[in-house]
Design a protein around this ligand. Structure first.
Ligand code: BT5
Length: 339
């Protein structure tokens, strides 16, 4: 499989992206052609060709005229330098692979994993075949966050399933910092006001009982009005924009997710989920409420009912039956709904 033309930061950044980030970092300021050329060490003609190439690539936030170029203020655009400047991590996101549009960042991350270090972040502006679990689709219009982390932990593959919950928890905390009351819906969703705002898809590649790499894909409805989602998704989803009424800084939110996720991930590698449960459980949706759980792979006859009690030490969900019996459900292909 071929991945689209990813730009690696730091790495193979081309001059046109240096120009783009210069404009993005000083939104509202007009850069003359001479200044652009002087700052990037190219001729004015080359500067014009590079700007045209960015416009052809879809960066319509740029306005070019005889006087020079600008990005008007308040534009929402992903930028690797914009993410770096807000990162407080040691490993996660220290390399960023960026492209404008692709089928799925998770699929590309699998290919990039061969040549990229642990912690690499793969991001894009839109996905044409965004993936959910079990072959489901993830709606990925522009304005959302589509990010995949390449991780290379040295732990047993069997310990990985609860990691989606940890990533969901980190995402919920980052959303909280953005002013939202976010909760984690076992096993892989983030909800705000009962609607889905983010989803996690973890994929693993293992050989002979050893993890080669792990991909943690996170989709967040940032600056997308849920009304633009197709019927069926629209009614059950929400976005940061819908919740706050404001365009959010996606670079800040991405850095926020990584800043929250890294310490949790390191603790998870060190001591498993158990250590994190006291923090995650209070953020778990539907605790104490009646829920139903079904195995999407097996069909509706597999539906089970109960009161959601919390998490077992391995991340399994605990439900109590009307007879008071406690049942455990391992993440697998299960979906949870309020009753
Ligand atoms: C998920 O699956 O929630 C995992 C989503 C992971 C997406 C990220 S984006 C970056 C990376 N690259 C990828 O290709 N994927 C990852 P699941 O639990 O199966 O939920 C999928 C269901 O959520 C769909 O069947 C819809 O009902 C609903 N849905 C689809 N798009 C949505 C959206 N943008 N917002 C809210 N709900 C959505």
């Amino acid at each position: 499989m071929n991945t689209p033309d990813y730009i690696r930061f730091p790495g193979n950044t081309r001059v046109k992206y240096d120009i783009l980030y210069m404009l993005l970092e000083s939104q509202g300021r007009v850069f003359s052609w001479d200044e652009i050329a002087g700052r990037t060490g190219i001729t004015v003609e080359e500067a014009k060709r590079n700007i045209q190439s960015l416009l052809d690539e879809g960066f319509s936030v740029i306005t070019a005229s005889e006087a020079g170029c600008t990005v008007s203020e308040g534009q929402d655009s992903l930028s690797a330098p914009g993410i770096y400047s807000q990162l407080r991590t040691q490993v996660l996101g220290r390399q960023i692979c960026y492209t404008l549009t692709t089928a799925s960042t998770n699929d590309d991350a699998r290919v990039l994993a061969e040549s990229c270090p642990d912690g690499t972040l793969v991001i894009c502006e839109t996905q044409t075949k965004g993936k959910g679990r079990l072959g489901r689709q993830w709606e990925s219009p522009r304005g959302g966050i589509f990010m995949s982390l390449i991780l290379k932990p040295e732990i047993q593959p069997a310990r990985i399933p609860p990691l989606a919950l940890v990533a969901g928890y980190a995402t919920a905390r980052a959303l909280e910092r953005a002013g939202l009351n976010a909760v984690v819906k076992w096993p892989n969703d983030v909800l705000v006001q009962g609607r889905k705002l983010a989803g996690i898809l973890c994929e693993i590649s293992a050989q002979q009982g050893r993890i080669q790499y792990l991909i943690v894909g996170i989709g967040i409805n940032a600056n997308i009005p849920a009304a633009l989602m197709p019927p069926g998704v629209r009614e059950r989803s929400t976005s940061v924009l819908d919740q706050t009424g404001k365009i959010t800084d996606r670079n800040l939110l991405i850095a926020g997710v990584l800043n929250e996720f890294e310490p949790c991930y390191l603790r998870f590698l060190e001591s498993g989920l158990e250590d994190l449960i006291p923090e995650i459980e209070p953020k778990l949706a539907y605790v104490g409420s009646p829920v139903m759980i079904h195995n999407a792979a097996l069909g509706s006859e597999e539906i089970q009912h109960g009161i959601l009690q919390g998490l077992d030490s391995d991340g399994s969900l605990l439900l109590s039956s009307s007879a008071g019996e406690i049942k455990r459900f391992a993440a697998g292909d299960l979906s949870l709904r309020p009753k």
